[in-house]
Design a protein around this ligand. Structure first.
Ligand code: FAD
Length: 461
């Protein structure tokens, strides 16, 4: 009987332990590759995310010689139905560690256990077999000596290195794909006005190689500069598993040097946030540390108008606007800029981090519950080893520091293209005043900083 390989966030054939397990079980009957388009995941996604996902599925279908089955619906129903149709004897997955994925997989496992069982119909049900995760070291595996989870990154990263990252799994050469007739629910990719990464495993490998060979060496020095395009842009590929982080850790480590060291540290950050989410699933929605729970937030028409200006990149603060326009224009934003615009949302606009995190998740092609929501919590001062609330990023000084020539702003804010150098970060101070067409500031940063700090003092008592 064939083995079903249910792809979720592991849209690749290389370094894929679940594929190896399915190949072993499926034997001559082969592996039936399946993707379930789950409305609970699809509906909240923006068009850029959808387009990238559909592109990755098209690439995976090509890589499986057209065998990939795509069905739309609730996995609790779709997976058992496909198993019945294919008369499969097992379903193989990589373990999902997010709160939704864990609930879903428990329910699917339960539904599969009620099926008559493989070919023989031995009444023992069909197993959901887990091999591997989307992380270099699986969540839950790195703990303190007493078995409790880490709550701070640096000691986690030390233990993570001591644990060691396993070698990549071998890529199978000969594979037999099982086939299944029936509906094809792979949607057409929505048209979007955005410059997205080329989807799929092959493109991920090519992008990685280019980074590894050309920019990794300079990564430690240049990673904080949004104007230089100096980071790897692997996040969307990692999110959908077009490449496994183990491969990146291994190849970066083989290069050595400060760039590789800094790069592996960032991949460790990704594992850390997944580990936090694994131990504290509530931290996706609620403050990890509840001390600021009573904080006063702004609402009403004026607050909504300001939030809309933030969403559209029209706050009147050039570097904030450049970053928000990059988000809409590429489905991606530079890490420094994510920190800065999140700080602006929480501390200048006095909004709850959850609203901003939701907006990011809808538009980021790499939008990931663990990295995103814990990144927001870090900025909001409610997260693990969070930035203290009283650290309020100043959009002008941050702009001058990380975009020293103003190139990043000019690239994304055409209204300011004629302003030379770093003066672009303070258009209101130009001799002729703010250039026509560019908005006035929606708030006065110095004033809102005072408001944020006084609200903070009042919840801290
Ligand atoms: P590189 O600098 O090349 O880093 C390599 C990889 O390391 C990244 O692809 C990513 O997987 C990982 N990484 C780097 N920085 C971090 C970090 N701070 N936390 C966790 N992993 C990291 N990352 C996401 O993948 N998805 C998100 O939804 C997301 N939302 C964020 C929201 C906020 C408010 C903040 C402050 C950060 C967020 N990050 C998120 C982390 C980081 O900004 C992105 O991973 C990074 O910008 C992706 O670009 P890159 O691949 O070129 O990164």
């Amino acid at each position: 009987a064939p083995a079903v390989l249910w792809f979720r966030r592991d849209l690749r054939l290389g370094d894929n332990p679940a594929l190896l397990a399915a190949r072993e079980r499926g034997g001559e009957a082969g592996v039936l590759p399946l993707f379930v388009l789950d409305p609970a995941v699809w509906e909240p996604s923006g068009d850029a995310r959808r387009r990238f996902l559909v592109g990755c599925l098209e690439a995976l279908r090509a890589a499986t010689g057209g065998a990939l089955v795509v069905r739309r619906g609730d996995p609790r129903e779709v997976v058992p139905a496909v198993v019945r149709e294919a008369r499969a004897a097992s379903v193989h997955v990589a373990r999902d560690v997010g709160p939704y994925g864990r609930r879903r997989d428990d329910a699917v496992r339960e539904a599969l256990s009620r099926l008559p069982g493989g070919e023989g119909g031995d009444g023992e049900g069909v197993p959901l077999v887990e091999d591997g995760t989307a992380y270099a070291v699986g969540p839950g595996l790195v703990t303190k000596d007493d078995g409790s989870p880490f709550q701070v990154f640096t000691p986690f990263s030390r233990a993570w290195r001591a644990h060691g990252v396993p070698d990549p799994a071998p890529t199978p050469r000969a594979l037999t794909w099982a086939r299944l007739d029936g509906p094809d629910d792979l949607p057409a990719a929505p048209d979007v006005d955005a410059d997205l990464p080329v989807p799929g495993e092959e493109a991920a490998r090519a992008a990685w190689k280019a980074f590894r060979d050309e920019r990794l060496e300079r990564y430690a020095d240049e990673r904080d500069r949004p104007d230089l395009d100096s980071t790897s842009r692997m996040s969307a590929y990692l999110h959908l598993g077009c490449v496994h982080p183990r491969t990146l850790v291994q190849e970066a480590t083989a290069r050595g040097g400060p760039g590789a060291e800094a790069y592996v540290r960032e991949l460790c950050f990704r594992d850390f946030y997944a580990d936090v989410l694994w131990h504290r699933p509530d931290s996706a929605r609620e403050a990890y540390k509840p001390e600021l729970a009573g904080m006063e937030h702004d609402d009403g028409e004026e607050a909504r108008r300001r939030v809309r200006a933030w969403e559209e990149g029209r706050t009147g603060y050039p570097v904030v606007d450049a970053a928000m326009r990059q988000l809409l224009g590429q489905g991606w934003m530079h890490n420094r800029m994510r920190m800065l615009v999140a700080s602006f949302y929480v501390k200048d606009l006095h909004q709850r981090w959850q609203g901003g995190a939701r907006f990011f998740l809808r538009h980021l092609v790499d939008g990931d519950l663990a990295s995103n929501n814990h990144g927001w919590q870090w900025v909001a001062g409610t997260g693990t080893d969070a930035s203290p609330y009283f650290r309020v990023f100043n959009p002008v000084t941050q702009g001058k520091r990380f975009d020293p020539r103003g190139d990043y702003v000019r690239r994304w804010v055409p209204e300011l293209r004629d302003v030379e150098g770093a003066a672009v970060h303070e258009p209101w101070a130009l001799p002729g005043g703010t250039p026509e067409g560019y908005p006035e500031r929606v708030v006065d940063h110095a004033e809102e900083r005072r408001v944020a700090l006084s609200r903070y003092e009042s919840v801290r008592g």
